[in-house]
Structure formats: structure tokens, C-alpha cells
Design a protein around this ligand. Structure first.
Ligand code: MN3
Length: 229
């Protein structure tokens, strides 16, 4: 997704997540809120061609490498863009239920059972004070990690690869659920697209595996250079 960034189309119609996530919320959330993050991100980067040329994920993974004048804007609006892009992808119609395969095994191994994971994830999402997200991510050791972030901070900035996340900003549920975040979360589990989360899990495991190979090669190279010196 190169500069200038664009809001991706939803991978399903706006009404596809009814009755759990209503059509009006999807329109406002995708067409207005996500667009605002993208517009503000593009504006922040407008006079920084060097930063435009870098992958957005790289900027977010190393915020200190972003010029200070636009660091907060990249953190908030770049985070908003990648968080929402992932959010649309891990939801879908005729979804919900439970994961299967390697992802199901990993969740059971880490959290005891799928039900226990669901409880812990929901508690984490309920516990976010104000606006933010709850996440399931993979860490650099290939372990599943449950975490929350405030505002539009992304797990990528904490060295994690997010697999799925739930938006608990009020704009994601207020039209239908008003202040009842718990009711929104209960409904949200019915639209989690576990096939999409499983694809993210596989990709993240490959990425972690490659990073480890690169690290081992670099270490072997250093040993070789030291020997030759
Ligand atoms: Mn949102």
C-alpha cells in the first residue's frame, strides 16, 4: 500500500455483518473514520518524500526513526490506517464459531481452551479505558500474545505481528449499542472470520521463521568474518 494511502474497499457489502454490526456503523466507520486517518496520514507525509518512500509498517515498527515533527501524526493516523485495514479483513459474514487447525491448537496451548481465550480477550477489550483496541498477536518467538493498545497505537510498534484485533472506540458501536461495549463485544464474536485470522497466523509464523533464519545467517556471517580477521 504505497503513498498516497487509500482506504481499501470493504471485502464484503456494508450490510454483510448485520445484525451484529449494523450497516450505518459500517458506513460511518469505514467511509468517514478510516478515511480521516488516511487523509491525515497523507497530509502529514506530504512534505516528507523520504518517509513516503518507506513502507508504512516500517515507520510504525520504528517510530523513533520518523522525524519528530510528524511522529505523533504517523503514530495516530498511520496506526489508524493499518489497524482498520486489519479489522475489516478479520470480520466477515457467515463467520464466528471457532478457529480450526494450527491456530486452534496454538490458542488452546496458550490460553487453556478457546473459551478461556475468548473470556480473556473480552476482558481485555472491556478493560480498555477510553478508546483503543484489544489484540491477538504473534511475538518474535512465535508465541501468541494478548494485549491492548490505547488510541490508534498498533502492536507493530511493540514488535508484535497483529493477527486479529477489536476496535473498542465508541465510534465502532455507539449507533447500535450506545454505551454497552459488552453487548457489542458479544455480537462481535459472531463476525470474526477465523479463516482470515488463520491466514494471518500462517503468514506471521513464516515472517518470524524468516527473521530467525536471517538472524542466524547474520550471526554465522559475523563468526566467519571474525575467524577470517
Ligand atoms: Mn475505528
Amino acid at each position: 500500500m504505497p503513498y498516497p494511502y487509500k482506504v481499501p474497499d470493504l471485502p464484503y457489502p456494508y450490510e454483510a455483518l448485520e445484525p451484529h454490526i449494523d450497516t450505518a456503523t459500517m458506513h460511518f466507520h469505514h467511509d468517514k473514520h478510516h478515511l480521516a486517518y488516511v487523509t491525515n496520514l497523507n497530509n502529514a507525509l506530504a512534505n516528507y518524500p523520504d518517509q513516503q518512500a518507506r513502507p508504512l509498517l516500517e515507520l510504525l515498527a520504528d517510530l523513533n526513526s520518523v522525524p519528530e515533527a510528524i511522529r505523533t501524526a504517523v503514530r495516530n493516523h498511520g496506526g489508524g490506517h493499518v489497524n482498520h485495514t486489519l479489522f475489516w479483513e478479520i470480520m466477515g459474514p457467515n463467520a464466528g464459531g471457532e478457529p480450526s487447525g494450527a491456530l486452534a491448537d496454538a490458542i488452546a496451548a496458550k490460553f487453556g481452551s478457546f473459551e478461556s481465550f475468548k473470556d480473556q480477550f473480552t476482558k481485555a477489550a472491556m478493560g480498555v479505558f477510553g478508546s483503543g483496541w484489544a489484540w491477538l498477536s504473534l511475538d518474535a518467538n512465535g508465541e501468541l500474545v494478548l494485549s491492548t493498545t490505547p488510541n490508534q497505537d498498533t502492536p507493530i510498534s511493540a514488535g508484535l505481528i497483529p493477527l486479529m484485533g477489536v476496535d473498542v472506540w465508541e465510534h465502532s458501536y455507539y449507533l447500535k449499542y450506545q454505551n454497552l461495549r459488552g453487548e457489542y463485544l458479544k455480537a462481535w464474536w459472531n463476525v470474526v472470520n477465523w479463516d482470515a485470522v488463520a491466514v494471518n497466523y500462517t503468514a506471521a509464523r513464516v515472517a518470524v521463521g524468516l527473521a530467525n533464519v536471517v538472524d542466524r545467517l547474520a550471526a554465522a556471517w559475523e563468526r566467519l568474518v571474525a575467524k577470517l580477521a
